[in-house]
Design a protein around this ligand. Structure first.
Ligand SMILES: NCc1[nH]cc(CCC(=O)O)c1CC(=O)O
Length: 309
């Protein structure tokens, strides 16, 4: 069967969709890309938090899955809402790249630990809040748009550095611009960062084809980690606009360790916990982590964040 793959049209999204194409080719599955513009790509003058509704980067792809004009949709796992409508499923997650955030700049001497004041371009509420918490001497400049747009703004001097996911920088071949890799123990990444997800409409997608796609694309340790992280996010009912973070790590074939939490927008309050549990019960682990964070004051913090956003 020939697979129609829906993707956003940014260079990173197309790279990711082409990567999936190469995985599918290993068993002779041919495919084509269908480029789809989403609200998140078109509305660039407002922050994601202000665009608001869930699925800023996914809705238009889901519409086409339902209409049957594409067979699968490829997304950055990080861009997906924490819960999907019941007819749509995440059938596979690629092996995760290092999930960390990196500092990108033309100035090799910049470092967050240096105590030196400089400007970082980012519009992620998590990154802004984390910077306020760990690096109050840093100022942030609001910056939306795809990677190339942000790099152009960096070169125009709108900021001195960017804070980005290692995965996207690496996929685009910009490793040379990385001046610092941030420790995940402090700058814990967003849920899903570093993995690529495949979404399909079940039962529209042929069972045999979906099994083949899963076999060729899915990396089970990553998938278990993502199930834990996504259950955490679902319990917080947080989309990508909430400054929450979580990273699960596969410790051995039976166990995962999940660290995650919430940070207030001003950076003053940061809640973080680590839970270790059976990988088979990954969703339960995520749920328990969220309950612990909520019980420690996360419930109040969430209300406060939602009022401020
Ligand atoms: N919409 C932002 C987004 N979604 C996924 C990635 C990076 C790739 C990944 O995490 O797999 C990025 C860019 C960034 O945060 O720097």
């Amino acid at each position: 069967m020939h697979i129609r793959i829906g993707t956003r049209s940014s260079r990173l999204a197309v790279w990711q969709a082409e990567y999936i194409q190469t995985l599918l080719q290993k068993e002779g599955l041919t495919s084509e890309l269908v480029l789809i513009e989403t609200k998140g790509d078109l509305v660039l003058d407002r922050s994601l938090a202000k665009i608001g509704s869930k699925g800023v980067f996914t809705q238009e792809l889901e519409d086409q899955l339902r209409a049957g004009t594409i067979d699968i949709a490829v997304h950055s796992a990080k861009d997906l809402p924490s819960s999907l409508p019941s007819d749509l499923h995440l059938i596979a997650f690629t092996e995760r790249e290092p999930a960390s955030d990196v500092l990108v700049s033309r100035n090799k001497s910049l470092s967050l630990g240096g105590g030196e004041a400089f400007r970082i371009g980012t519009s992620s509420t998590r990154r802004v809040a984390m910077l306020r918490h760990y690096c109050p001497h840093i100022t942030t400049v609001d910056m939306r748009g795809n990677l190339q747009t942000r790099l152009r703004k960096l070169d125009e001097g709108q900021c001195d550095a960017l804070l980005l996911a290692y995965a996207g920088v690496h996929r685009m071949g910009y490793d040379d611009l990385i001046v610092e890799r941030l420790p995940v123990a402090e700058f814990t990444p967003a849920v899903g960062q570093g993995s690529i997800a495949i979404e399909a409409s079940i039962p529209s997608l042929d069972t045999h084809v979906s099994k083949t796609i899963i076999r060729l694309v899915n990396h089970e340790p990553t998938a278990a980690c993502l199930r834990a992280e996504r259950a955490f996010l679902a319990r917080l009912e947080g989309g990508c606009s909430i400054p929450s973070f979580a990273l699960a790590q596969w410790t051995d074939e039976k166990t995962i360790s999940l660290t995650g939490g919430l940070v207030s927008l001003d950076g003053n309050q940061l809640l973080r916990e680590t839970f270790v549990g059976a990988s088979e019960e990954a969703p339960l682990l995520g749920h328990s982590l969220a309950e612990a964070i909520l019980a420690r004051g996360g419930d109040e913090l969430l209300l406060q964040i939602r009022e401020q956003i």
